[in-house]
Ligand binder design. Structure first.
Ligand code: ZN
Length: 117
């Protein structure tokens, strides 16, 4: 008999118990240590990056969320989550530039304000 010890993906504990099945038939596990769920052989993203960018490009062409839902079969909350993510990434990029001197930081802030107008 072969015993495979599973470890929690969140806390690496081996105190996992079976906890039903996911809609796609995968076994779900519940961790008794951290009380979080995991499933066997997880796939990180349901949509590939290309697919996601394609859908986001369509959104930038002012397609409505419901329109995207009909065209691509993607759920609106997913698209909204991606949009928020990209917006946050953009903001992080704009705020990133070097923290050299206070004077420089001042000019960067001014530039940021003028871009928003
Ligand atoms: Zn855990």
């Amino acid at each position: 008999m072969v015993t495979i010890t599973l470890h929690c993906q969140h806390c690496q504990s081996d105190a996992l118990v079976r906890n039903g099945r996911a809609p796609n038939g995968k076994q779900k596990y519940l961790c008794r240590a951290c009380h979080r769920q995991s499933r066997e052989h997880p796939i990180p993203h349901a949509y590939t990056d290309e697919r996601r960018e394609e859908i986001l490009r369509a959104y930038e062409e002012r397609s409505s969320l419901r329109g995207l839902e009909r065209t691509f079969g993607v759920s609106r909350p997913s698209v909204i989550a991606w949009i928020k993510k990209t917006v946050r990434a953009k903001v992080a990029l704009e705020q990133q530039p070097p923290n050299e001197s206070q004077v420089r930081r001042g000019t960067l802030a001014v530039c940021g304000e003028s871009e928003n107008v």
